[in-house]
Design a protein around this ligand. Structure first.
Ligand SMILES: Cc1cc2nc3c(=O)[nH]c(=O)nc-3n(C[C@H](O)[C@H](O)[C@H](O)COP(=O)(O)OP(=O)(O)OC[C@H]3O[C@@H](n4cnc5c(N)ncnc54)[C@H](O)[C@@H]3O)c2cc1C
Length: 392
């Protein structure tokens, strides 16, 4: 099985990324980017130049060959420096690369995948709406076909659309058929945010501040019919696309971000406990602190196993809806526990600007919510494993 020993190429990839993070992402700058709600776009171009964006794309379409486990390792390694760079990597390699590979028409694959593999295109996810969080089949944003069949008219409101301000396109879940067919009337449409009628309004939020998450309003937005994901065959097949690989992979990529941040938190607390003295000895020599950190390391290792097993199942095309939900649930909830312990180890400095811990904690607190809340994962696990809802 995969995680008995890490493949050599992934070890080499980690070394390259670790050097990249050390050279390009000094801690003081990452803190500044977080404060300024931004990060330099050229940083992503430098990451893309390492060839990592093609890790989710077949060689036939210009990628490196699909290697989800390696792509997860990329997220983990960059998040150890700061989650900022994982954002655009996910928007390119996962939201773009995976979704178009899985669901795109042949024309879309030929057109988009080579550019995604080069890191030249970024996709934002337009799923959530003001009235729609976990219940995605309830989206109210509509797409209507024009009388001549050549274009679509989009009206509606997306919320929390991360990267809508800089993405090339919004990969948007829309209602495309009659109301009553809840799961059979949804489609994905690619909507460039520069299209007339699209308005983007950033939302203030405390976690993952390096990118803006925005409200996006569509008012009589017209896009060509070619922008239906999957082409004509994709019309009203949005739910199948979402419930297939897309959702499994989203749970994995969010878990990888979470794991990378939790690792950083443990590293910072570990180092601090080996430097700070109170009562005449290192705080790491006080048994309570020592045990807390040993426990945090143990939990981290459990997270690693859950995450990479789920990624390996997805990579080898095995059914993994339960395992990806278990990984998302466990890693997100455990990472919050780990973060709180690590923050306590830093005492007051765990809450202060100028230390990374306060950012790690803000970022970690959102993880049991984003990309499908912990409750939604529990529902999925119980449903998929057939737990009875009523007497038989
Ligand atoms: C920083 C950030 C970035 C984001 N980026 C994106 C993005 O790029 N694209 C995008 O589409 N969305 C994005 N989101 C939205 C995110 O995916 C949603 O917040 C998430 O899906 C949960 O939806 P909600 O917050 O509306 O919660 P709700 O679904 O309203 O849930 C609220 C609470 O009720 C619980 N709950 C709801 N239904 C059930 C149930 N059936 N059983 C048990 N408990 C239930 C939930 O667990 C939760 O605790 C982002 C959010 C944040 C904070």
């Amino acid at each position: 099985m995969y995680f008995t020993e890490e493949p050599e190429h992934i070890g080499m990839l980690r070394e390259t990324l670790s050097r990249f993070v050390a050279a390009e992402m000094p801690k003081s700058l990452v803190r500044e980017w977080d404060r300024a709600h931004t990060f330099p776009p050229e940083l992503f171009r430098k990451l893309a130049a390492l060839g990592v964006c093609g890790l989710t794309i077949d060689e036939a379409y210009g990628g490196q060959g699909r290697d989800l486990v390696a792509a997860v390792a990329v997220i983990e390694e960059v998040c150890r420096g700061g989650a900022c760079l994982a954002g655009p990597f996910i928007h390119c390699a996962f939201y773009g690369g995976i979704n178009i590979s899985e669901n795109g028409s042949e024309e879309q694959k030929r057109d988009l995948l080579p550019r995604l593999a080069q890191g030249e295109l970024l996709f934002a996810y337009g799923l959530s709406e003001p009235e729609v969080g976990g219940d995605l089949a309830n989206v109210a944003t509509t797409a209507e076909r024009s009388a001549d069949g050549k274009s679509l008219r989009i009206n509606g409101f997306k919320r929390w659309c991360t990267g809508a301000d800089w993405a090339d396109t919004i990969y948007c879940l829309v209602r495309s058929g009659p109301e009553q067919d809840r799961y059979k009337n949804l489609s994905f449409v690619m909507i460039p945010p520069t299209t007339p009628g699209v308005r983007v309004h950033p939302i203030e939020h405390s976690n993952l501040r390096y990118t803006l998450s925005s409200d996006v309003i569509f008012e009589d937005v017209e896009v060509p019919i070619e922008n239906i994901v999957g082409g004509e065959a994709g019309w009203n097949r949005g739910w199948n696309m979402l419930a297939g690989k897309a959702l499994d992979v989203e749970k994995i990529e969010i878990s990888a971000v979470t794991f990378g941040i939790a690792q950083s938190a443990v590293e910072e607390a570990w180092e601090y406990a080996g430097q700070r003295k109170q009562f005449g000895k290192l705080i790491g020599a006080h048994q309570a602190v020592r045990h807390d950190l040993a426990e945090a390391r143990t939990k981290l290792e459990a997270c690693r196993l859950m995450l990479y097993r789920a990624a390996w199942l997805a990579q080898t095309d095995q059914p993994c809806s339960v395992e990806t939900s278990m990984a998302k649930l466990f890693v997100a909830d455990t990472a919050v526990e780990i973060g709180l312990v690590c923050q306590r180890v830093l005492g007051a400095y765990g809450l202060a600007e100028g230390h990374d811990m306060e950012r790690h904690m803000r970022d970690l607190l959102g993880m049991p919510i984003v990309g499908g809340s912990s409750n939604m994962q529990k529902n999925n696990i119980a449903n998929r494993l057939g737990l009875a809802m009523q007497d038989r």
